[in-house]
Design a protein around this ligand. Structure first.
Ligand code: BG6
Length: 609
């Protein structure tokens, strides 16, 4: 997954491109490049972070007011200057940046070789540039014809921005399955993989759909369908403010976004609780529909999948509807047997994760209703799902999700409470109690951040040199320990595993030795004693035990360190216990001097398989 950006207007393009790329680096940061058009098209590329490219061009006076840029997350061809984008067709006619994967690129290479094209890189993208050039020269019908013929011929996912030698002052774009947003203001037209890259310049955007193309001129954007016919698009206003995409004085986006959780959780609750009642009307789901669901499937990737595991416990308890939680990359190829009276819920922050998008399409192909719990407005999953429940986390920049995760939990709570109520599985008293406890969560998260951060920082400072860690819990505590463990390993590169506390003694406890860090989450009253006895088992084998437990609950007999969270409803503890778990991941990582916002080998959302 990569980040692409483009500008065509009256201003110097280089500044706008570099600024945009710096906002997209969370999408990939192993190499970067830009192409600026003045009289001619000049291409500059560099391996490594964007700062290397900036260094390379800092003494160049690039006056051009039209250009495209790219920051890469390598898929085809190792991170290198040669494989970096933009790529240029053999004779320089086509210059292109691309986000996505061309699946049939080997077959296309054979076609190009039959027509004497030579390739200098290992990338599928260079193949794309030459295929466009091939059709451009063969049919001489101009850019839109060449692009549309290419879209018909290639298989895979792509968002591309193209400059044609013979069409100065124009940038051509097209997309299929990879995200792209197009902006416009009085200074020109903009394109980007994600909102933060252009938010500084405009809030007025167009959403380009799959298999559509467009021409960005200096003062307007013209859209085309696959037949090459012009189509109209409505300019829409984005509600996010620029500061949301800046660090606002925090050292890292991750700690900023952790501290934004009280606010965004409150916003998401306020969008779902109206006059002390759950209101899902914005999703378009009717009470009859909610009543009718006989089976629920939750499909997602990464942390979003962990939200699903938490939601399974709550949904089944409150609705008595069976819930299956599925990893999207497995679900899409497992030919799942889906109940037609079921509901497939796809959870995704970006709304662009390829496996989750494909899982959604699988469910739709089987005629099963779909609901997207999505953070990015206008994203692919949001547009293709039958119903959408938007979380209001705002733009999330750090690769490791935190605030979006917390808002997704709220969305699942609201769905479970409402479905349990309309299915008459919970009475009015429980319904009101749950809502009363739900609306207290923002201030309780605030309380944890205010009163626990220092304690967690102190505890975390002991563990910067550990090699392994274990997170254990039972029930909902096990579900959230999955996220706690991922939060540590994805940013600190420390090997970590989450385990159902009762399962440990069936094998993995053999890994516990003197000083092994075990973080136990113990909030679920019914199974509290059981969790404590599992912690005693690891403690007695030398583990260093940190326990996350509700205030007033004594865990001193087993805990080396205790992290307390306020008391809440048993179903809502994931929203409180995840905060210290996020902080542990953050503080251990920065104590190791690592780039917590852009961990190696990862990307914010993976739009390729
Ligand atoms: C990974 C991110 O690439 O994708 C994770 O690093 C995220 O943080 C996962 O949970 C799924 O992304 P999304 O956008 O579908 O929620």
């Amino acid at each position: 997954m990569c980040g692409i950006v483009g500008y065509n207007g009256s201003k110097k393009a280089v500044d706008i491109l570099l600024d945009g790329l710096s906002k997209l680096e969370y999408r990939g940061y192993d190499s970067a490049g830009i192409a600026i058009r003045d009289n001619d098209i000049e291409v500059f590329k560099a391996k490594g972070k964007l700062s290397n490219l900036k260094e390379k061009i800092e003494n160049k006076d690039l006056k051009g007011t039209c250009g495209i840029g790219h920051t890469r997350w390598a898929t085809h061809g190792e991170p290198s200057e040669v494989n970096a984008h933009p790529h240029v067709s053999n004779d320089g006619n086509v210059t292109l940046v691309h986000n996505g994967i061309i699946e049939n690129y080997q077959e296309l290479i054979l076609k190009l070789e039959r027509h004497d094209y030579k390739l200098y890189s290992e990338t599928d993208t260079e193949v794309l540039a030459n295929i466009i050039d091939y059709y451009y020269k063969k049919y001489k019908m101009g850019p839109i014809d060449a692009i549309n013929r290419t879209m018909v011929r290639v298989r895979g996912s792509y968002a591309i921005a193209v400059m044609f030698k013979e069409y100065p002052d124009e940038i051509w774009v097209a997309r299929k399955d990879s995200p792209m947003i197009i902006g416009k203001n009085e200074d020109g037209t903009y394109l980007a993989s994600d909102v933060p890259a252009i938010l500084k310049y405009t809030k007025n955007v167009y959403y380009i759909d799959n298999l559509e193309a467009a021409c960005l001129k200096k003062d307007k954007v013209i859209f085309y369908d696959l037949n090459g016919d012009e189509i109209q698009k409505e300019l829409k206003e984005i509600k996010w403010d620029v500061s949301a995409a800046e660090k606002e004085g925090y050292e890292h986006f991750m700690i900023k976004e952790i501290n934004e959780q009280p606010d965004v959780v409150k916003k998401t609750i306020n969008s779902l609780v109206i006059d002390n009642k759950i209101d899902l009307s914005k999703t378009g789901l009717t009470v009859e529909e909610i009543k009718s669901f006989k089976q629920i499937y939750i499909v997602a990737c990464g942390s979003a999948y962990h939200v699903g595991v938490c939601a399974q416990y709550i949904l089944e308890d409150l609705t008595r509807v069976p819930v299956r939680v599925e990893i999207a990359s497995e679900f899409r190829y497992r030919k799942p047997i889906l109940d037609k009276k079921g509901l497939v819920i796809v959870i995704s922050q970006s709304g662009e994760t390829a496996d989750s998008l494909a899982a959604l399409r699988e469910a739709k192909n089987q005629g099963v209703k779909t609901l997207g719990i999505i953070n990015v407005v206008g994203s692919s999953i949001a547009r293709e799902a039958d119903h959408v429940l938007y979380t209001l986390a705002g733009p999330e920049i750090a690769v490791a999700t935190t605030k979006a995760f917390s808002t997704q939990l709220i969305a699942c709570y609201a769905l479970a409470i409402e479905m349990g109520h309309v299915k008459r599985k919970i009475n009015n008293k429980l319904y009101n109690n749950l809502i009363n406890d739900l609306v207290k969560l923002p201030e309780q998260i605030e309380y944890i951040l205010k009163n626990n951060t220092k304690n967690v920082q102190k505890i975390s400072s002991k563990f910067s040199s550990i090699k392994d860690a274990f997170y254990i819990g039972r029930g909902l505590d096990y579900a959230i320990s999955l996220e706690g463990s991922l939060k540590l390993k994805e940013v600190s590169y420390i090997h970590s595993e989450a385990y159902a506390a009762g399962e440990l003694k069936h094998g993995t406890i053999s890994l516990i030795e003197d000083g092994t860090l075990v973080i136990g989450i113990a909030t679920q009253e019914e199974i509290f004693e059981k969790t404590i006895s599992n912690l005693v088992e690891v403690k007695s084998r030398g583990a260093y035990v940190v326990v996350v437990a509700p205030e007033g609950v004594d865990v001193s007999k087993v805990a080396n360190n205790t992290i307390n969270v306020p008391i809440t409803n048993k179903y809502f503890y994931p929203s409180l216990t995840v905060v210290p778990l996020q902080l542990i991941g953050y503080y251990i990582t920065i104590s190791k001097g690592l780039d917590v916002d852009k961990p190696r080998n990862l990307a914010k959302s993976v739009t390729v398989e």
